[in-house]
Design a protein around this ligand. Structure first.
Ligand code: ADP
Ligand code: MG
Length: 520
């Protein structure tokens, strides 16, 4: 196989793919539209066949089946997403092994050799579609061999690509036919569908891959498939750092001596959060100093101080409503940086720490950082809860604003809806105030309350009775017609426990200032 042929196949490639994509789109549309009426026709044919046996009906039926099969084939190739398969990590060498096993019956005449390298390399895509594609390729290779022959499969990686080749010693493909490969329905076989390669091209193309064909008549064919390799998450190893070091450094001195470098490394490590550092500094929290403090507590094992520091930070964080996700990322960055520095300390001291020492150190250091996080979160949550509780109480108080006019008289202007919860809040609050302030007269102004449910009205009347039991007279003012209706239909009579005044102003004039209506 000379290079010219290879180049030809390669450059012909893009043509095929775009050709296939557009044919696929049109075909899928037509196939869909045509398949449904044909399926109906098939049903009617079956009914006719039940009534009478007729040779022509049988022919019609089997021709129709052929047509439907063709349409289904076409639909499968042109719209493989119909299967809606999830993308996943695929190790092609593993899949190839299992596909080869499906051709056991051919192995008397055809030897299948494999040369799989870089088997740990994966691609990412729809697995079943790839299985089908490689099945099609191997099947074609087998079908190309008349009698004895060999098929060689290779797998390797190059420049971040997984490359699979399928090479056979078969009949080969004449040069003039090369450009037809992958076109739906192109086949040179009596029983062929011409759909195999169309499926192959479609899958490889959809996964951002390339397919190259190299063939020589009567010598054999080789298909090369190149697919983007799935990027492995690179394991993050420890970093060698340009630290200041002295043989006599204690671990504390080492961290103190390298404070600047530590801060730089930490900022580089916490890239996603570094833009928030200034904002946080503005509310009075020095993240870098605090990080350094935390690290010293950890390496010196000062658990007690570490915990109280964690609580202090949790409180500050809650007070300034800073985000927890940020804190978590920041602490993880500190953890990574800390380990880099510990590694360098160990290496420079030539301690060659043995495994037992290392693992127990690992345990105690990570445990301390975890402890920090735990206490931080507990304090944060506790403080947040308290804050919420206080806010709730504040809102509650605001919803029952008792305004003293003098030593004995208070006003309670109510606004909004009076539901059961609100009424029970009013009850508790007002009863306590009546007792505490020795309120003699309470003016409840309802002009800000639009309506009241019947049940709420009943409860409302009951709490007014309660006030009267404590020796407090209630005056209701500003009642809207809706509320009066609710109170009447509640069925409880309070007229002898309550005084009514049209407006708050009237009530104030009358009771507080002892003025007569006429004087206003
Ligand atoms: P089918 O196998 O049904 O004919 P394919 O799309 O799989 O349809 O293949 C289309 C045509 O491409 C085949 O009919 C054959 O002429 C040619 N072909 C495919 N693979 C090979 C091969 N490995 N060797 C020789 N010819 C091949
Ligand atoms: Mg085929």
């Amino acid at each position: 196989m000379n290079t010219e042929e290879k180049v030809y196949a390669e450059s012909g490639m893009t043509n095929h793919l775009s050709q296939l994509a557009s044919i696929g789109q049109i075909a899928a549309g037509i196939a869909h539209e045509v398949r449904n009426p044909l399926t109906a026709v098939k049903g009617f044919l079956q009914l006719l066949q039940q009534d009478q046996k007729n040779e022509y009906l049988e022919i019609a039926h089997s021709e129709l089946d052929n047509a439907l099969k063709t349409l289904n084939n076409l639909l499968q190739v042109s719209k493989p997403d119909l299967e809606d398969e999830e993308f996943q990590t695929i190790y092609l060498s593993v899949e190839l092994e299992s596909i080869i096993n499906l051709f056991q019956d051919k192995m008397y005449e055809i030897t299948i050799q494999t040369d799989f390298q870089n088997t740990g390399a994966a691609i990412y895509g729809r697995k079943n579609q790839f299985k089908k594609a490689f099945f099609n390729l191997i099947k074609n290779a087998i079908e190309a061999i008349d009698g004895e022959g060999a098929i060689t499969l290779t797998h390797y990686t190059k420049n971040n690509e997984v490359i699979v080749t399928i090479q056979d010693t078969g009949v080969g493909i004449p040069e003039e036919k090369l450009s037809l490969l992958g076109t739906p329905f192109f086949t040179t076989k009596d029983q062929g569908t011409g759909m195999g390669l169309a499926q192959v091209f479609s899958v490889i193309y959809q996964h951002g891959g390339m397919i190259l064909v190299d063939s020589k008549k009567n010598q054999g064919t080789s298909f090369t498939i190149r697919l983007p390799q799935q990027q492995q998450k690179t394991q993050r190893g420890v970093r060698k750092l340009d630290v200041m070091f002295d043989d006599k450094y204690s671990i504390k001195e080492y961290f103190l001596g390298n404070q600047k470098l530590f801060e730089d490394r930490l900022l580089a490590e916490a890239t996603t959060v570094s833009d928030k550092i200034d904002d946080i500094h503005n509310v009075g929290i020095n993240l870098l100093n605090n990080a350094h403090k935390l690290v010293l507590y950890v390496v010196e094992g000062r658990e007690h101080e570490l915990i109280s520091f964690a609580k202090q930070e949790g409180m500050a964080w809650a007070m300034h409503s800073l985000t927890l996700a940020f804190k978590l990322e920041w602490i993880q960055a500190i953890r990574r940086t800390l380990w880099d520095f510990l590694y360098n300390f160990d290496a420079l001291n030539k301690l060659e720490t043995d495994r037992i020492t290392f693992f127990s150190m690992e345990k105690s250091i990570n445990e301390l950082i975890d402890q920090f996080l735990t206490h931080f979160f507990i304090t944060y949550t506790k403080y947040k809860d308290e804050l919420l509780e206080n806010q709730r109480k504040l809102v509650e108080n605001l919803s029952v604003p008792i305004i003293p006019i003098n030593k004995e008289i208070c006003i309670l202007p109510l606004i909004g809806t009076l539901d059961d919860l609100r009424i029970s809040t009013i009850q508790n609050k007002v009863l306590a105030e009546i007792e505490y302030r020795q309120i003699q007269t309470l003016i409840i102004d309802l002009s800000g309350v639009a309506s009241m449910e019947k049940e709420a009205a009943r409860n409302f009347v009951q709490i007014i009775q309660g006030f009267s039991m404590m020796g407090c007279k209630t005056i209701l003012t500003g009642m809207r017609a809706e509320i009066v209706k609710s109170l009447i239909t509640s069925g409880v009579d309070i007229s002898h426990k309550v005084e009514f005044k049209g407006t708050l102003q009237l009530a104030l004039n009358d009771i507080v200032f002892h003025k007569d209506l006429q004087e206003v």
